[in-house]
Design a protein around this ligand. Structure first.
Ligand code: NAD
Ligand code: DAU
Length: 335
């Protein structure tokens, strides 16, 4: 008999990659995907599993105790909680949804989980909780200094999850991953935005001096880290999941343009993001000690990701010609 896995936010970027990963690796398990289908949720991401008898989609909000309660009555063995508002720029413009979903929604899930028999609750957090790390590498015991409303909401959510471990014994494990890249990432995020703009000969809006550093992680390596933690992680613990590929945004943009054979004149320097964190960098030795290591070769996965967007215009053209247009105008015009 397979396990029952409840995934929240499975129609988003990492969640949908995780569902693909899991269903391929553990075909005997049943996966239920609870997703509100916000602007970032997209059932196109899951087309190929939609009719699989081991997969079920439930449209609903994690902040709704009725929907969530109903799903917990089905007694999931594992919960992997991805659902969140995730884009820093949107959180700067309007933090409201971030507080509602990332904090309050997580609380509703935790409440339902604590009255259940769930064996493992994975709280997906982020390296942004450490704040800007000018030098060195963040360890799980470092001080948390989130500096934008998204990062602060995620910090609230993961600390709340931890409190359910400490207070009620809920089997929570927290992951803090670095910047993911791969297929099905909503084109507001820098890699799919820059690749799809470049393919359409639209300038690439590089913030500030372009020297902010991110630690890039191929999405499948994030999924394999979560997999390992479900099986071997210690409850109540936090694990960093970093790709170890530190690049500043100029270098990243240069690589994209270079691979596409396009000139650097496509880059347009624009006003910086408010409170823009300068650098994230993770020390992932705690997860490595459990046996994890990123399988991906950065350069080849980056190139494969660029090729995926090049070959899947059907996926992103639909998005970029819809509501996204208004967002793009507001975010980038006159910047
Ligand atoms: P995403 O924005 O692509 O997807 C989020 C998904 O959550 C969408 O499908 C959306 O419809 C759903 N959702 C939003 N609000 C909801 C609600 N109230 N109820 C139910 N579903 C809701 O996000 P992503 O990049 O895939 O990130 C997934 C998780 O991983 C988030 O928790 C994020 O904080 C975390 N994370 C992301 C990264 C990254 O680089 N993308 C890195 C570290 C951690
Ligand atoms: O670090 C993990 C986090 O990574 C996740 O928790 C977030 O959910 C995810 O959105 C991501 O946050 P970032 O802010 O790092 O990602 P984003 O793709 O928005 O930006 C990456 C870098 O690129 C950042 O330094 C800002 C810069 N940037 C971004 C955009 C959208 C630009 O220069 N121009 C842009 O248009």
């Amino acid at each position: 008999m397979g396990r029952k896995i409840l995934v929240t936010g499975g129609a988003g970027f990492i969640g949908s990659n995780f569902i693909h990963y899991w269903m391929k690796k553990y075909p005997e398990d049943r996966v239920v995907n609870l997703d509100k289908l916000t602007y970032a949720g997209n059932l196109d991401n899951l087309k190929d599993v939609a009719d699989n008898p081991g997969y079920k989609f439930v449209k609903g909000d994690i902040s709704d105790p009725e929907v969530v309660g109903e799903l917990f009555r089905d007694r999931p063995d594992v919960v992997v909680h991805f659902a969140a508002e995730t884009h820093v720029d949107r959180s700067i413009g309007n933090p409201d949804d971030f507080i509602r979903t990332d904090i309050y929604g997580t609380y509703v899930l935790l409440e339902a989980a604590r009255n259940s028999e769930v064996g493992c609750f994975i709280q997906i957090s982020t390296d942004e909780v450490y704040g800007s790390v000018e030098e060195g590498f963040s360890r799980e015991t470092d001080t948390l200094l989130p500096r934008n409303p998204y990062a602060a909401s995620k910090t609230g959510a993961e600390r709340l999850a931890y409190s359910y471990f400490a207070t009620y014994g809920l089997p929570v494990i927290i992951t803090r991953a670095s910047n993911n890249f791969g297929p099905y990432q909503y084109p507001e995020k820098v890699i799919p935005l820059f690749v799809t703009n470049a393919l359409d000969d639209i300038p690439l809006p590089l913030y500030g001096d372009g020297l902010n550093i991110r630690d890039w992680l191929f999405v499948d390596d994030h999924c394999s880290g979560i997999d390992l933690l479900i099986h071997r992680g210690e409850k109540g613990e936090v694990y960093n999941v970093g790709g170890g590929n530190l690049l500043n945004n100029r270098e990243l943009t240069g690589r994209i343009l270079d691979y596409l054979g396009l000139p650097e004149t496509l880059i347009r320097r624009v006003k910086d993001r408010e409170g823009h964190d300068r650098r994230y960098a993770l020390d992932s030795s705690k997860l490595k000690e459990l046996g994890w290591s990123p399988a991906a070769d950065f350069e080849s996965e980056m190139n494969a990701t660029i090729d995926w967007y090049r070959n899947n215009r059907w996926w992103w053209e639909k998005i970029k010609s819809g509501d996204f247009k208004k967002y793009y105008r507001e975010q980038y015009e006159n910047r």
